[in-house]
Design a protein around this ligand. Structure first.
Ligand code: HEM
Ligand SMILES: *[C@@H]1O[C@H](CO)[C@@H](O)[C@H](O)[C@H]1NC(C)=O
Ligand SMILES: *[C@@H]1O[C@H](CO)[C@@H](O)[C@H](O)[C@H]1NC(C)=O
Ligand SMILES: *[C@@H]1O[C@H](CO)[C@@H](O)[C@H](O)[C@H]1NC(C)=O
Ligand SMILES: *[C@@H]1O[C@H](CO)[C@@H](O)[C@H](O)[C@H]1NC(C)=O
Ligand SMILES: *[C@@H]1O[C@H](CO)[C@@H](O)[C@H](O)[C@H]1NC(C)=O
Length: 332
C-alpha cells in the first residue's frame, strides 16, 4: 500500500469509529428535536392543553410541575408515577391525597395520541407540561430535552424513601438530591418551585403548636403568619385544609419565596431550614437564598438549569421501556 492509501484507511477507520461512537451516544441522550419527524406538533399540543387546564384552575400549573419532580426522583423520569394500582407510587406517603393533575395528563396524552399515536412518551409529556406550567405562571422557559421512554413498573417503596419529606433535616434533603445527581445549588433553586401552589396543613402542622416536642411552635416561623396558620389548621382539623406556599403571590412564578424565607415566612419546615438552620450556613444554602432573593434573573436561570438536570435523571432510551398508550397502565 502507498503511504497515502494507509493514511486514507486510517482516517477512514477513525471516521467510522467516531461515527459509531456518536450513534451510541446519540441513542443514550435526550435531544430537543426528538419528535421533529414523528410528532412535529407535540410541543404545541401540550402547550394548548396546559393552557386550558390552568385557565380553569391556576393551581394546576403547580400540580403539574410537582408531578415531573415526583416522577424523576423515583426510578428516573420514566412516568412510573402515573401508573395506577395498589402498589402505585400514587399511594406512597408523599403522593397520597396530595399529588394531583393526573386527569390533565390523561387529557394531554389523548390529544397527543390523536395527532401521532404511540410515539410520545408519558415521561416526556410530564417534562413538557412542567416547563409550560412555569412559563404560564410568569416564570421562565427552557428548551425541553426529549426522548425518554416509559417505565414498566411503579416503585412505591422507592417513592417513600427517595422523595424528600417536609419535616426532614437539611442534610437528609441534600443527600436525597445527591442520590439522583443533584447538588446544593439544585436543592435551593428547585425549592423555589414553592413560589407557586398550595400545601395541606398535614405537611406543616408539626410547626404550629408543639414543634419537635418543645411544647412551643417553631421559633423560626414569623408571628403573624403563625397566628394565621394556627387558625387555618386547628389541632382538631383533619389536616386537609391548604395554605399557599408563597402567600405573597401564590400563582406567580417569582423569587418572593426567597424573600419569605428571609422574613421567617417559609411554609414548610423544609423551606425555612434553607435559610434558618445551622446547616444552612455550613452547606451554603443560606447564601444561595440571599442571592436568589436579590437577583430574580439568577434564580430563573439556575432554576431552568436545574430543571434540565432533574429531567435528565436516568431516562430510559433506545429500546428500554416502552411508549405507553395510556399513561396509567403499561401496554398489554
Ligand atoms: C426540597 C425538597 C422538597 C420537599 C420536602 C417538598 C415538599 C412538598 C410538600 C410537603 C408539598 C405539599 C404537599 C401536600 O399538600 O400534600 C409540596 C408542594 C409542592 N411542591 Fe414540593 N417539595 C420539595 C421540592 C420540590 C421541588 C424540587 C419541586 C419542583 C421542582 C416542588 C414543587 C412543588 C409544587 C409546585 C408544590 C405545590 C403543588 C400543588 O399546589 O398542587 N417541590 N412540596
Ligand atoms: C425502587 O427504588 C429503590 C430506591 O431507589 C431501588 O433500590 C429499587 O431497585 C427500585 N425497585 C424497582 C422495582 O425499580
Ligand atoms: C451544581 O452544579 C452546577 C452545574 O449544573 C454548577 O454550576 C454549580 O456550581 C454546582 N453547585 C455546587 C454547590 O456545587
Ligand atoms: C409536646 O410533645 C411532647 C412529645 O412529643 C410531649 O411530651 C409534650 O407533653 C407536648 N407538650 C405539649 C404542651 O403538648
Ligand atoms: C383528606 O382527604 C382525603 C380525600 O381527599 C381523605 O381520604 C382523607 O381521609 C382526608 N384526611 C383526613 C385526615 O381526614
Ligand atoms: C408582595 O410583596 C411586595 C413587596 O415585596 C408587596 O408590595 C406586595 O404588596 C406583596 N403582596 C402581597 C399579596 O402580600
Amino acid at each position: 500500500m502507498t503511504r497515502s492509501s494507509i493514511n486514507f484507511s486510517r482516517r477512514y477507520s477513525l471516521a467510522m469509529i467516531t461515527f459509531f461512537a456518536l450513534c451510541f451516544v446519540a441513542k443514550a441522550q435526550l435531544s430537543t428535536d426528538f419528535y421533529k419527524a414523528t410528532c412535529p406538533d407535540v410541543l404545541k399540543i401540550v402547550r394548548r392543553e396546559v393552557l386550558n387546564a390552568v385557565k380553569s384552575e391556576m393551581r394546576m400549573a403547580a400540580s403539574l410541575l410537582r408531578l415531573h419532580f415526583h416522577d424523576c426522583f423515583v426510578n428516573g423520569c420514566d412516568a412510573s408515577l402515573l401508573l395506577d394500582g395498589t402498589d402505585s407510587e400514587k399511594n406512597a406517603r408523599p403522593n397520597l391525597n396530595s399529588a394531583r393533575g393526573f386527569e390533565v395528563v390523561d387529557r394531554i396524552k389523548s390529544s397527543v395520541e390523536s395527532s401521532c399515536s404511540g410515539v410520545v412518551s408519558c415521561a416526556d409529556i410530564l417534562a413538557i407540561a412542567a416547563r409550560d406550567s412555569v412559563l404560564l405562571s410568569g416564570g421562565t422557559s427552557w428548551k425541553v430535552l426529549l426522548g425518554r421512554r416509559d417505565g414498566l413498573v411503579a416503585n412505591q417503596s422507592g417513592a417513600n424513601s427517595g422523595l424528600p419529606a417536609p419535616t426532614e433535616a437539611l442534610d437528609i434533603i441534600i443527600s436525597k438530591f445527591a442520590a439522583v445527581g443533584l447538588n446544593i445549588t439544585d436543592v435551593v433553586s428547585l425549592s423555589g418551585a414553592h413560589t407557586i401552589g398550595l400545601a395541606r396543613c398535614a405537611t406543616f402542622s408539626n410547626r404550629l403548636f408543639n414543634f419537635s416536642g418543645t411544647g412551643a411552635p417553631d421559633s423560626t416561623l414569623e408571628q403573624s403568619m403563625l397566628t394565621d396558620l394556627q387558625n387555618q389548621c386547628p389541632q382538631t382539623s383533619d389536616g386537609n385544609n391548604t395554605a399557599p406556599l408563597d402567600r405573597n403571590s401564590t400563582d406567580l412564578f417569582d423569587n418572593h419565596y426567597f424573600q419569605n424565607l428571609i422574613n421567617g415566612k417559609g411554609l414548610l419546615g423544609s423551606d425555612q431550614i434553607l435559610f434558618s438552620s445551622d446547616a444552612a450556613v455550613t452547606t451554603g444554602t443560606k447564601s444561595l437564598v440571599q442571592s436568589y432573593n436579590s437577583n430574580l434573573n439568577l434564580f430563573l436561570a439556575d432554576f431552568a438549569n436545574s430543571m434540565i438536570k432533574m429531567g435528565n435523571i436516568s431516562p430510559l432510551t433506545g429500546s428500554a421501556g416502552e411508549i405507553r398508550l395510556n399513561c396509567r397502565a403499561v401496554n398489554a
